[in-house]
Structure formats: C-alpha cells, structure tokens
Design a protein around this ligand. Sequence first.
Ligand code: GGG
Length: 354
Amino acid sequence: MAYDIAVIPGDGIGREVIDATLPLLSSVAGAHDSELRTTKFDWSSERYLDEGAMMPDDGTEQLEDFDAILLGAVGHPDVPDHVTLRGLMLPIRKAFQQGICVRPAVLYEGVESPLRGYDGGDIDFVTYRENTEGEYADLGGREHRGTGHEVAIQTSLFTRTGVERIVRAAFEAAQERDRHLTNVTKSNAQAYGMVLWDEIVEEVSKEYPDVEVERLLVDAASMDLIRRPDEFDVVVASNLFGDILTDIGAIVTGSMGLAPSANVDPTGEHPSMFEPVHGSAPDIVGEGVANPLATVLSGAMLFDHLGEDDAAGVIRGAVSAQLADSDAPRTPDLGGERGTEEVVSDLGNRLSTE
Ligand code: GGG
C-alpha cells in the first residue's frame, strides 16, 4: 500500500535527523510491500525570518489530505520560542484535533540510566499527554505594555470532550499493558480545571474496573518518576504537565535522543503527526552528532498508526539490537563519539541482513 506522508524537518537538528532517517523509513516500507510517498515542506524559523510566518496561511489545508505527518523540531536562537511553537506545531496539533500525545519511555538493554540500579527493561512506561488544550490554550492577553502596571493573563482550558478523550485513551492503553494508570493532577491548587480533570478520571475509571488507578499531584509525580520510575505503567497528564514529565521520562531512560512521540487524532478524520520529543538543539546543529533514534522510533510509531505492524516491529528490533551491542556506533548523548549518519547506516545494515 502507498501512503502520502508530509515531512516537515523544521529547524536545527530536526533537519539533520529527518534527512538521515527518511531513506531508512522508506526502505523499510519497501521491504514490507508498501511505499512512503513523501512531500517535504520547508516550514521553519528560516521561513519565518525570510517571509514573516513559520508556515503559509493555508498550511493546515495543505496537510489535510496526507495519511500522516513526520516532523523534526522547531526552535531557533533568533526567533522567540512562543513564535516558533505557536506558528507551526501547535496550530497543526489543534487544527487536526491531535488530542492524544503518546510518549513512551523505555530503558533499552545497553543504555545507561543516570539513576542507580536500573538495567535494560527495568523502566518502561508511557505518558498520555492531553495535546490540544489545558495550559497550551491560546487564551489570554497583555495590557498596558511597557508601563509599570503591565498585566498578562494566561488561561487554561479544560473541556469535558478533551479530557475524556485523553483519559479514555490512557485507560485503553493501560488495559493492553500492566493495568496501572497514574493520574497526574494539581487539583489542590487548580480547583476548577484540575478538579474537573479528576472527576472525569474517576468517572471513566468505572468503565475499566480492571485498571488500578493511582492519583499523584504533579510535584509528587516529578519526584517519583526519578525515585521509582520502574513502578509506572501508563501516566495521564495535562498538556503542560505531560510535556514536563516526558522530559523526565526521556532522561531517566538514557537520553532525549531516544524519546519518540505520536500526536494522534483518534477519530482518524485528520492526519496524525509523529515527532521526536527533543527540540532543535542549536548547541549541536551542524556537528552531525544528533541522535537519530528518537526520529527512527517515531517512524515506528508512524508505521503502527498506518497499520504496518511488521515494519514497526523490525525497526524497534533493529534499534534494540543496536543499543544492546556495545560495539555499535553511538552518538555523544549516549556516551559515544559517532555521528548521526553512522548510527543510521548501522541500523540499515542490521535491517538488510534480517
Ligand atoms: N520535536 C518537536 C520539538 O521541536 N519539540 C520542542 C518543543 O518545544 N516542544 C513543546 C511541546 O511539545 O509542546
């Protein structure tokens, strides 16, 4: 089967990891009787600097008919972060109702956690992050700019539809996994939005009596993801909390360079988007040492989404085998000295000798 994939490399190392990974994903598709027909979009901070916008006004319309989107990273030292994020990634997530952000955190065999006492396989949890509203809602404003009484208002938005959507997806995932769900909240301080959130978790939990629910305030969750990460299975969190906690998940499992993600529209009405969790990493741009594995693993999630389970499986198998092999090339984030291309080329060899 042929799939139309929109590719947005974006900024910084986003371009490097996409350039390195795309041929590998296409060749895996080819080996599984399918085809990725890719179309690249140069939407980025460079475009913003040249033309005043990260993407064209009709950007999301241009993407609408694709089967999926693969994104690299956004962020540029010369463009404010709120411009890059609100100019590209957030409009896509919102326009396509990608309300479910799935971010697995797995400690692979052969990868060292900065935490003492954890070996490969010991940490394996997945965060379900609400992805279109919460603290990322575009609600607020600024008044009296530049005066002594300047004011900024930033409002969070929690809808029953949005919260139920993410909570239900998290319970479904827990049922397929170890039947343990951690509800991350802050309803002691946020008595409107987060209390509604907790109530919905409580309501939906009745439909999944076999799933054990643990409730943690976000501060306690941050501590426990470091203190006892092996005890987590599925974590459900609001947009901002989920973003922060998944960086903890990435780092306790070895590196931001290994963390993939999927932004999913569960109705299938719009394209879903796949991206590494990491940003554009301006500090290492151009050095050729960005870890491509988060993008490769995001590619595996893209194949899962397309129903190409075998393609997804061989990619994960090759990544696991490479990480378990102490002679295999590694990028500096994993303690190695090798480059992006070498890691992908080694993966390609492993895949072709299967
Ligand atoms: N690879 C996607 C990327 O550039 N992430 C950086 C970032 O700022 N992410 C914020 C978010 O996911 O909400």
